[in-house]
Design a protein around this ligand. Structure first.
Ligand code: SAH
Ligand code: SF4
Ligand code: F3S
Length: 436
């Protein structure tokens, strides 16, 4: 028997890249490649990249630099660049980095196996008409209890700062039946929780039985799959939070009480300049409606500070919105000018000022996160065990509200969904006792 070839994949960026990396590993599995956890000794290295901020895309070039000695020692090593930097700068990558063998954009992954066997310096950054998901091989091997499943890709929103509409293309939703089929196969492999993914997941409109399905309709169909206990979805745009989806949070026990709903800013002036198409007040009213449907829901968000033209007043409006909502967690970023986006044409905010604002905002978010965790102490929640803890007899999993939880449970098994009582809150996790 010949030795299997070794494939090393490094994933940068969002959860959609995590899902794509998994599917690419499966596609290459069909070609006799097995995954390895280090680039040294691999036959193929794939870098699945992110273009969202300047720092993210720069990482690609420094990582490629580090692969140079490996390529020198083994000229047969294949080096591929996938993901959003591949889409945005495919030709530049090949010019700057001759060691790269293939460049494959996010919509062309089904072509990866044939590209891997073809000659050097292959590029495919087309947006083909066929559905790449259908052309990727089925998922087979047993796996852990949680999985991502991409249901929607691309974005038509064109926020003034963002590269996603250019790197992922126009909004496309997968047909409902295909998603149900993929979900059922994941459940057969041991999955009990699925997070539905899309750059604008709540804008999902896929072909389904009886006509066009909304995300809420899709979630209801998925919740009926026996053994699929938990559903989540990310990332949502406030303007696509329709009534049927809000209602689902109130009456579908499988839909978990956690929602990532990026707002970016609390200033109407900045929201307008960002092309977000809603006001701070509209966001606050939306939060009220969501909380009316599911009072214990935890909200998270994304914030950008230092967007061009952001004044102290605008920043204070953002702080005010955060105080008014009370988030369970949030990601916050300093604005990064991205080539080709409208905002990149405008004069930037002074760097030191943006740094200060980021620190101030993060301190408030951290305080709110702690408070949300403290508020869980004494409460009963569900936890899905994902792995054994570092201490003997301990299990680790996520709560319904997506908190990491450590549970003392010597009999606990990975994949078990248990009821626990939260006993304490640490900086980034909760401790809990299993309820017999
Ligand atoms: N589709 C999602 C987010 C996709 S990108 C949405 O509509 O919210 C993830 C996050 O990265 C964004 O929410 C935003 O906060 C941040 N981001 C995007 N472009 C950025 C830029 N140019 N500079 C800084 N942060 C950015
Ligand atoms: Fe980017 Fe805006 Fe689309 Fe989100 S909604 S992916 S921030 S353009
Ligand atoms: Fe990054 Fe592309 Fe995701 S730019 S955030 S990997 S969609």
């Amino acid at each position: 028997m010949t030795e299997p070839r070794k494939l090393f994949i490094k994933t940068y960026g969002c959860q959609m890249n995590v899902y794509d990396s998994e599917r690419m590993a499966e596609a290459m599995g069909g070609e006799g490649y097995v995954l390895t956890d280090q680039a040294e000794g691999a036959d193929m290295v794939l870098l699945n990249t992110c273009h969202i901020r300047e720092k993210a895309s720069e990482k690609l070039y420094s990582d490629l630099g580090r692969l140079r000695p490996l390529k020198a020692a083994n000229p047969n090593l294949k080096i591929g660049v996938a993901g959003c930097v591949a889409q945005a700068e495919g030709d530049e990558i090949l010019r700057r980095m001759p060691l790269v063998d293939l460049v494959v954009g996010p919509q062309a992954y089904h072509r990866l196996p044939e590209m891997a066997w073809a000659g050097r310096q292959q590029v495919d950054t087309e947006f083909p008409v066929e559905d790449k998901f259908d052309l990727l091989p089925a998922r087979k091997a047993p796996r852990g209890p949680t999985a991502f499943l991409t249901v929607q890709e691309g974005c038509d929103k064109f926020c003034a700062f963002c590269v996603v509409p250019y790197t992922r293309g126009a909004e496309v939703s997968r047909p409902g039946a295909r998603i149900l089929d993929e979900a059922a196969k994941l459940v057969e492999r041991g999955v009990r929780e699925i997070t539905l993914l899309g750059q604008n997941v709540n804008a999902y409109h896929g072909a389904g039985e009886g006509g066009d399905w909304t995300l809420a309709r899709l979630i209801r169909a998925l919740a009926a799959i026996p053994g699929l206990e938990r559903l989540r979805y990310t990332t949502s745009h406030p303007n696509d939070m329709e009534d049927d989806l809000i209602a689902a949070h109130g009456d579908l026990p499988a839909l978990m009480p956690y929602l990532h709903l990026p707002v970016q800013s609390g200033s109407d002036r900045i929201l307008k300049a960002m092309n977000r198409k809603h006001t701070a007040e509209q966001y606050l009213r939306l939060v009220e409606r969501i909380r009316a449907a599911r009072p214990d829901i935890l909200l998270s968000s994304d914030f950008i500070v230092g967007f061009p033209g952001e004044t102290d007043r605008d920043f204070e409006d953002t702080m005010e919105l955060i105080r008014a909502v009370g988030f369970g967690s949030a990601f916050s970023f300093k604005y990064s000018a991205r080539p080709g986006t409208p905002a990149a044409e405008k004069p930037p905010v002074e760097e030191a000022l943006a740094d200060d604002r980021l620190q101030t905002l993060q301190a408030l978010i951290t305080a709110q996160q702690r408070a949300a965790q403290e508020a869980m102490v004494g409460r009963e929640v569900g936890v899905l065990y994902e792995k054994p803890g570092r201490l003997a007899g301990q299990m680790v999993g996520k709560s319904d509200h997506l908190h990491a939880v450590h549970v003392e449970d010597p009999q606990g098994r990975v994949g078990e969904l248990v009821r626990v009582r939260v006993s304490a809150s640490a900086s980034n996790s909760l401790a809990a006792v299993r309820i017999p």
